[in-house]
Design a protein around this ligand. Structure first.
Ligand SMILES: Nc1ncnc2c1ncn2[C@@H]1O[C@H](COP(=O)(O)OP(=O)(O)OP(=O)(O)O)[C@@H](O)[C@H]1O
Ligand SMILES: [Mg+2]
Length: 285
């Protein structure tokens, strides 16, 4: 038997969690038997994982464990060497992030992917620009004022505070940039029309890495609020207290293999650290 697929000891990740938000709701994103090779490096080894609507899944693991690679597979940025991805029950093959965006998946990258020279409102509006009315709009001119209004409104709804809308992103601190990147993902996923909002999936790669205390709290409550609205969230983080505070369930990767998948209420820091470092044996052997 390879990896953690198909064993009786699949653990809580494979049966409906009996407690907590997301319990009883349907599976938003499901990966089966995912392998990912970078040349000779096997970054992911037979990964089975799922996240339900309204659930926050924490993804923990040491540097190089495969967390970012797994998120990139979920977002369509990388095509797995083998394995299957299902979104809301339907088998999906993402040729690019555009395909996964279409399926309601939003990824906030570890390396941010903001346009430095542009202001906050423009960054928040990337890919959904508001054009000016009349001939100027036909020529592709952007209505910056309307974009600033919409961005201010969206950030207020998300409960996120950053610098002034007109500030170029390159003039923000690392933490402020991180909040803008997260807010962009959140507005897109929560901006889906009607019932589709509940079907959104938000993938976050270390969203609080550069954040101070207050901003980390802001991000924590933002993630929780999105999940409470039905959005499925996958949170990669090295911040154990944050993971325990915000996640419903935690999966741990160790050298490309999933070694644990537990409801947060059924584990503790010692166990998690043991799985992260490899001192504790995998749940799936
Ligand atoms: N583009 C790439 N080309 C080749 N190898 C890669 C590439 N990206 C990642 N890897 C390798 O794949 C493995 C998993 O990397 P990944 O970035 O997924 O780790 P991670 O868990 O996100 O680590 P960190 O906590 O440091 O961000 C590592 O051995 C890494 O060196
Ligand atoms: Mg990473």
């Amino acid at each position: 038997m390879t990896g953690n697929s198909g064993t009786a000891a699949q653990g809580p990740g494979f049966s409906a969690p009996s407690v907590g938000p997301g319990a009883g709701s349907s599976t938003a994103l499901e990966l089966r038997g995912i392998d990912m090779h970078y040349g000779y490096v096997r970054a992911l080894d037979q990964i089975d994982i799922e996240v339900r609507q309204g659930e926050v899944l924490g993804l923990l693991g040491d540097n190089g464990a495969g967390k970012s690679t797994l998120l990139k597979v979920m977002s369509g940025a990388h095509q797995p060497t083998s394995g299957e991805i299902r979104v809301h029950g339907e088998t999906s093959a993402f040729a690019s992030p555009a395909d996964s965006t279409h399926a309601g998946i939003q990824m906030v990258y570890q390396d941010l992917a903001l346009v430095d020279a542009q202001d906050i409102a423009t960054n928040l509006s990337l890919g959904r620009e508001i054009l000016r009315k009349g001939p100027l709009g036909w020529l592709g001119f952007v209505d910056h004022k309307a974009q600033r209004r919409r961005s201010t409104d969206e950030l207020e709804k998300l409960g996120v505070r950053t610098a002034a809308m007109t500030r170029p992103v390159e003039m923000l601190s690392g933490g402020q940039r991180q909040v803008v990147a997260l807010a962009r993902g959140a507005t897109r996923v929560s901006g889906l029309p009607g019932d589709d909002e509940k079907r959104g999936i938000l993938l976050l790669d270390e969203p609080t890495a550069a954040l101070g205390y207050e901003q980390t709290q802001q991000v924590q409550s933002l993630i929780r609020r999105l999940a409470d609205r039905g959005v499925a969230c996958v949170l990669v983080t090295h911040n154990l207290p944050l993971a325990v505070a915000v996640c419903d369930r935690i999966a741990v990767l160790n050298r490309g293999r999933k070694v644990a998948d537990v409801p947060v209420a059924d584990t503790d820091n010692d166990q998690l650290v043991g799985w992260i470092t490899g001192a504790r044996p995998s749940m799936f052997v």
